[in-house]
Write a protein that binds this ligand. Structure first.
Ligand code: URA
Length: 454
């Protein structure tokens, strides 16, 4: 293979043969193709695109650059393209497992404004996300679900190429994104893949058209590789649920899994867990994470329906029942235990002081800007700018209001937590104030699931 000739061909808009793509990816993974040539390749793909056959060959080559896992019986996983307050994996993965499906889920850490599922789970004291593949297999076989950190053995070509794309302006290319996401998910070995493609200001895909194109390409690519697949394109203009920040999001997810979200309301004064006897709570203040419950249910429903071959209604009923009867919660608790996590220590962790952001005018909440809330959580210490930065698990934002709510002057809009960076509270509070638009007219209800791609 002469790499320069492949680059010439792609630059001129030609179609590469599967063997050419495989040879390029294999040589790059071995270190025989330098980064400058691979960066030129990525840029040529960004500008010229790829045919479905090329995308399939790229995905296949990256998938097979490392280990490919296999599972007995039904297996499925869900992948989200990343959103603000997106704690859904913590609910969906154990929920699907409780319906009799193995859920091997390799997840990432957060970078920039988007949080990572692994960071969220690591906010549970003792949770070890860095399992060997053998331990990952053992946890899945013992409790049906494991959420662990991506290992070096899975799709190493993608690890190398993604890092290169990140610094060469070549991330926004549908074939490269599809190859990157699918190579990792296919290597996990699940029979069904369900994608939550986020769309909006707080997402990677800003427009509905772009998100639908990505969703279609992911579903087609997974099917071309012999898996069952579906995608939901979902709104990400406003955060999902009430919390943005690692431990706060785990707490909210646990509330959904235990079914006590809402009764377990936040204190009206300080925003802390209302089960604490000194806090002030009224039923009006008891809020359910309705969007989180709806979307978790719909994504898990698709995993169960596709993998078990049952109708959506039957799968939906199974998911509702297992969320209500505690079966999904038991799977989650079992998974955490097998990963070494301590949920009691998590429940009694120090939360730090809550700083209230209050409404400066009365009216209706017309918009809670996901990106602005994410920036505030980042400022408070919940995110990392570079992959080796440390994060503060306790930091973040708990919203007190949602789209459409009526608020009065002085009423809490949000509570901020910044145990290790109290000096950032004022800036974060300004960001939160600027992110919550209050108008005199009640806004129209928002739609969460924008498209279903099957
Ligand atoms: N997430 C990935 O894993 N890869 C991409 O290319 C983009 C988002």
């Amino acid at each position: 293979m002469i790499v320069k000739l492949l680059l010439d061909k792609k630059r001129e808009g030609g179609e590469l043969a599967p063997e050419e793509i495989r040879a390029l990816i294999d040589a790059y993974t071995r270190g025989d193709v330098p980064d400058y040539q691979m960066a030129a390749f990525a840029m040529a793909v960004c500008c010229r695109g790829m045919t479905a056959a090329e995308t399939h060959a790229l995905t296949d080559a990256m998938q097979h650059s490392g280990e490919c896992l296999k599972w007995q019986g039904p297996s499925a996983d869900k992948h989200s393209t990343g959103g603000i307050g997106d704690k859904l994996s913590l609910i969906i993965q154990p929920l699907a497992a409780s319906c009799g499906i193995s859920v091997p889920s390799l997840a990432g850490r957060g970078l920039g404004l988007t949080g990572g599922t692994v960071d969220k789970l690591e906010s549970i004291p003792g949770y070890n996300a860095c399992l060997s593949l053998d331990d990952f297999r053992r946890v899945v076989s013992e409790c049906g679900v494991s959420i662990a950190a991506q290992t070096a053995e899975i799709a190493p070509a993608d690890k190398k190429l993604y890092a290169l794309r990140d610094v060469t302006g070549t991330v926004p290319s549908i074939p490269l994104i599809v190859g990157s996401i699918l190579s990792k998910k296919l290597a996990e070995g699940a029979g069904t893949l369900v994608f939550d493609v986020k769309c909006g200001a707080g997402a990677f895909m800003k427009t509905r058209a772009e998100a639908c194109t990505l969703a279609r390409a992911l579903v087609d690519g997974a099917r071309a590789a012999g898996r069952r697949a579906a995608a939901l394109v979902t709104a990400m203009d406003e955060p999902l649920g009430w919390t943005v920040g690692n431990a706060l999001e785990v707490e909210e997810a646990i509330g959904v899994l235990r079914g006590d979200n809402g009764q377990d309301a936040r204190c009206r004064i300080c925003g802390q867990d209302a089960r604490h006897p000194d806090h002030v709570v009224d039923e009006q203040n008891a809020r359910h994470s309705e969007d989180v419950v709806e979307l978790s249910g719909e994504l898990a429903t698709r995993m169960v329906a596709l993998e078990k071959g049952v109708a959506l209604e039957e799968a939906r009923a199974m998911c509702r029942e297992n969320l209500a009867n505690g079966a999904a919660w038991e799977r989650f608790a079992e998974m955490v235990k097998l990963h070494g996590g301590d949920l009691e220590a998590f429940a009694s962790r120090p939360r730090g002081e809550a700083h209230v952001v209050a409404a400066s005018r009365a009216g209706y909440v017309a918009r809670v800007d996901a990106e602005g809330i994410a920036k505030a959580a980042f400022e408070l210490g919940a995110g990392r700018a570079k992959s080796d930065d440390t994060i503060d698990f306790a930091a973040g934002v708990t919203l007190a209001v949602a789209h459409g709510d009526r608020v009065e002057v002085g009423q809490p809009l949000a509570w901020l937590y910044a145990p290790t960076r109290p000096e950032r509270l004022a800036d974060a509070a300004r960001l939160v104030q600027g992110s919550i638009a209050i108008t005199s007219e009640q806004p129209a209800a928002k739609q969460l699931i924008l498209e279903v791609v099957e």
